[in-house]
Design a protein around this ligand. Structure first.
Ligand code: PLP
Ligand code: COI
Length: 364
């Protein structure tokens, strides 16, 4: 066992947690990413000393040197996963080891240190246990946000020799304001998200910074999310600003863009494809061209389309809007395959459907 695996968390409970009645008020309608819990985890890393100083403590602002590399060169990664309060009263995570693995894949791409999986999972266990009162019931969940960034005060351009891992948590409800209603997406024909050889498959802050203008354009056109095309031909559908995209055809087949390095390998995407295969559906991980999307929607060959990701879970896409005009998927209100896949995924996450694949990790 190496030193990082043996690292123990120092636990200092928040001396002034949010009062129970205030918390109950916040949990009534938390929205997404606005309500934060009482604690956070911090673990420092230095090139010479490795991982050290693991703490669970009161959530509070941190201080950074103005020369900290992350503020200048954006050397940062993050993850997103949820803890669910289940019908039997237990609290469970969904495939958290996949988030730990993707965190390290992102770290490798961004020249950040590898965090041992035990530390990633240990931090999550410690925070969820400390903040269990913040896990909402019903349709809500506790969204966990691990992140790692470069803290070395140095303006030379090279990987930072000092980093900070942090974990915060946010009580959340639905990601989209419209709740379960089918969403409208804006086709970005001008901006792209990632190119071959770039950072598209890493969950790094820079990818999201680069998507904000396109996302703002989407909002400006009355849409919920932006959908990106590939950088080389501006033709192949890639993914949404914060979700993968899946197509459902009239013969029951499912198709989604392949993991070719420019899109995020979504854990929800992977789970949905596994569930669809188990239902006996043909599952294709193949490119899909925007003109084909339009033609298949018009002919009725394409029956449904949905976005999937941790924050959004599964959201039907009802309408695509672009400079060339709108097109509808089906009647614009989602469809039965999307609804059934969502129900199965959510049922497993919340303990209402048997967990045949061992995806659920109970922590309380
Ligand atoms: N694509 C992007 C750009 C995302 O931000 C996310 C969300 O994390 C996803 C896809 C879906 O990934 P996951 O299902 O692992 O949350
Ligand atoms: C997630 O689903 O975890 C994400 O990071 C996406 C973001 C839109 C919140």
């Amino acid at each position: 066992m190496n030193a990082a695996q043996k690292l123990k968390f120092s636990i200092r409970p928040n001396p002034a947690p949010v009062a129970a009645d205030v918390r109950a008020g916040l949990l009534k309608d938390p929205g997404f990413g606005r309500v934060f819990t009482d604690h956070m985890v911090t673990i420092r890393w230095t090139q010479d000393g490795g991982w050290q100083d693991a703490q669970l403590r009161a959530r509070a602002p941190i201080s950074l040197d103005p020369a900290a590399a992350v503020l200048h060169y954006g050397q940062e990664i993050f993850e997103g996963l949820k803890a669910y309060r289940r019908d039997d009263g237990s609290i469970a995570l969904f495939r958290p080891e996949q988030n730990a693995r993707r965190f390290n894949a992102s770290a490798a791409r961004m020249a950040l240190p590898q965090l041992p999986e035990e530390l990633f999972l240990g931090a999550i266990d410690a925070l969820v246990k400390a903040d269990v009162a913040w896990v909402p019931g019903n349709d809500g969940s506790l969204y966990l946000r691990p992140f790692l960034f470069a803290t070395e005060a140095f303006l030379g351009v090279r990987p930072s020799a000092e980093c900070l891992f942090m974990l915060i948590a946010s009580s959340v409800g639905s990601y989209f304001k419209g709740g379960d209603k089918a969403v409208t997406v804006w086709l970005s024909e001008h901006y792209t998200r990632a190119a071959a050889g770039g950072t598209g498959a890493a969950k790094c802050g820079g990818n999201y910074a680069a998507s904000l203008l396109a996302q703002a354009e989407a909002i400006g056109h009355g849409c919920d999310q932006v959908v990106f095309l590939d950088a080389a031909e501006h033709r192949w559908v890639e993914e949404l600003g914060g979700m993968n995209v899946v197509f459902v055809f009239d013969d029951g087949a499912i198709q989604t863009p392949p993991l070719s390095g420019t899109i995020l390998p979504g854990i929800t995407r992977d789970s949905i494809l596994a569930l669809a295969r188990r239902q006996g559906r043909v599952v294709r991980e193949e490119r899909y061209a925007i003109e084909q999307w339009r033609a298949d929607a018009a002919s009725g060959r394409l029956r449904e389309c949905f976005a999937c990701g941790t924050a959004a879970v599964v959201a039907a896409i009802g309408r695509i809007r672009s400079a060339q005009g709108d097109f509808l998927i089906g009647d614009g209100n989602g469809g039965p395959v999307t609804a059934a896949l969502k129900a199965e995924l959510v049922g497993i996450q919340r303990g209402q459907i048997a967990d045949a694949d061992g995806w659920v990790r109970k922590i309380l």
